[in-house]
Write a protein that binds this ligand. Structure first.
Ligand code: GDP
Ligand code: IMO
Ligand code: MG
Length: 422
């Protein structure tokens, strides 16, 4: 029997591209869906049959009752937030405890990791990353420092290990001027939620995934965040702390590169960024406000305004290169339905220097645009390529040529069915 493949769906800009929607849409084609990076900093929105869910840690394949979902070793997990999320999905009528596998190697986010996240941000003054405050950076730091706690740790002498790491965190917080913290209420719920996690299948997920591949099953790896938030390849230091790119799929699930099949790169027909950091295409004018309003560009996790701008070919080309994207998925073109002109950033400029490739220091560059015609037609009810307005078809064609990669899937509305396969 032929071995199965791991296809990856990766956000290739600054996150919030619509990964949740597309993973949910793709799930029927796969046997397993696995998250390989990030934690509750993610917010993946799924809308179907009049229902709406925003998933943070649970993979977006969970609403297909026949599919196994995996939280891989590359992820970090906050037991209390996970418990709330799991209970919400269960309350909606989905039984998940036998279908959700959690890696014993995934790292735990403690309440004190969240305090550290906030304290580090506060200490940064004007150089804040604008994190989600979920403790992501401090948890991955502890992982790299080899002092973190893993899901597997909850099986034995957990309280002892927890107390030791908490004491270490409280010392650091004390040095940062955060004293007399009372976390007893939060800690009580957190420790209860650690017990709650035991009803799920806490296991060596890398072995489960490789067994499934040997048996000819196919896996969809669900990205979190986006390429420009990757710890190595993003706009450092304004990034998250995990490997959000294709290499992260291998390390974050324990699979070898030759098992990777298609690499779907997902982006919006325009750009957004939430949090601080360079964003050459950012619009500070009425157009930016309109994109935010029509696209409902407010953070799914923190409710913050997302910064908006036109699509950025410099960023997209870079992400396609880093990830080996085989197919593109373009979301939310319907948001641009009313615009007379659509702009595309084709290069960056600084001090008379022009570049079309991602610079090391993305600070201080301005965008150089080309202008295309708007389609001025509602796209949301269109399901067939023959019915595309010409200017929309031209936009797709323009992007495909510039990016040298096919746009295989188009999304024209938030619901599952507003999706077109080409
Ligand atoms: P993710 O983090 O990549 O899963 O994306 P988010 O869920 O944070 O943000 C995407 C937002 O756009 C959500 O509110 C989706 O419901 C919505 N959305 C997804 N696809 C489309 C689309 O094609 N058109 C419109 N108008 N909204 C969409
Ligand atoms: P999804 O999976 C958009 C951003 C934060 C901040 C930076 C670091 O929904 O696309 P962190 O809390 O990770 O230390 O924050 O990364 N960020 C995201 N932006 N979508 C996300 O996830 C994000 N996860 C983190 O806003 O700028
Ligand atoms: Mg999101």
């Amino acid at each position: 029997m032929a071995k199965g493949k791991v296809d990856a769906l990766l956000g290739i800009v600054f996150g919030d591209e619509g990964k949740g929607k597309v993973v949910d849409f793709f799930t029927p084609r796969y046997d397993l869906v696995a998250r390989f990076a990030g934690g509750p900093n993610a917010g993946h929105t799924i809308i179907f049959e009049g229902k709406k869910f925003v998933l943070r840690s649970i993979p977006s394949g969970i609403f297909d009752e026949n599919k196994i979902n995996i939280i891989g070793n590359g992820c970090v997990i906050a037991p209390d937030l996970f418990m709330n999320e799991a209970k919400e999905v269960e309350a909606a009528g989905y039984s998940i405890d036998r279908r959700l596998l959690i890696s014993r190697r995934a790292h735990l986010i403690l309440p004190t990791h969240r305090l550290l996240d906030k304290a580090y941000e506060a200490a940064k003054g004007n150089a804040k990353v604008g994190t989600t405050g979920k403790g992501i950076g401090p948890t991955y730091s502890d992982k790299a420092a080899r002092v973190g706690l893993r899901v597997g740790d909850i099986e034995e002498n957990f309280k002892e290990k927890y107390d030791a790491l908490k004491a270490r965190h409280l010392d650091i917080l004390n040095d940062l001027g955060c004293r007399d913290l009372d976390i007893s209420a939060e800690e009580k719920v957190w420790l209860e939620s650690v017990e709650y996690m035991k009803k799920f299948r806490l296991c060596d997920t890398e072995i489960e995934i490789n067994r499934a591949l040997e048996a000819g099953q196919n896996v969809l790896a669900e990205g979190a965040q986006g390429t420009l938030l990757d710890i190595d390849h993003g706009t450092y230091p304004f990034v998250s702390s995990s490997s959000t790119t294709i290499g992260g799929v291998c390390t974050g699930l324990g699979i070898a590169p030759q098992n990777v099949g298609r690499v779907w790169g997902i982006f919006k027909a325009y750009s957004t960024r939430v949090g601080s950091g360079p964003f050459p295409v950012e619009l500070f004018d009425e157009t930016g406000t309109e994109i935010r309003r029509i696209g409902k560009e407010f953070g799914a996790v923190t409710g913050r305004d997302r910064r908006c701008g036109w699509v950025d070919l410099v960023a997209l080309k870079y992400a396609i290169m880093i990830n080996g994207v085989t197919d593109l998925v373009m979301m939310k073109a319907d948001v641009l339905d009313t615009f007379d002109k659509i702009k595309v950033c084709v290069a960056y400029e600084k001090n008379g220097v022009r570049t079309e490739s991602m610079p090391y220091d993305t600070e201080g560059w301005t965008a150089v645009y080309e202008e295309l015609e708007g389609w001025k037609t509602p796209l949301s009810d269109i399901r067939r390529e023959e019915d595309f307005p010409k200017a929309y078809a031209d936009y797709i064609d323009y992007l495909e040529k510039a990016l040298k990669t096919p746009i295989a899937i188009l999304s024209v509305g938030p619901e599952r069915e507003a999706t077109i396969i080409r």
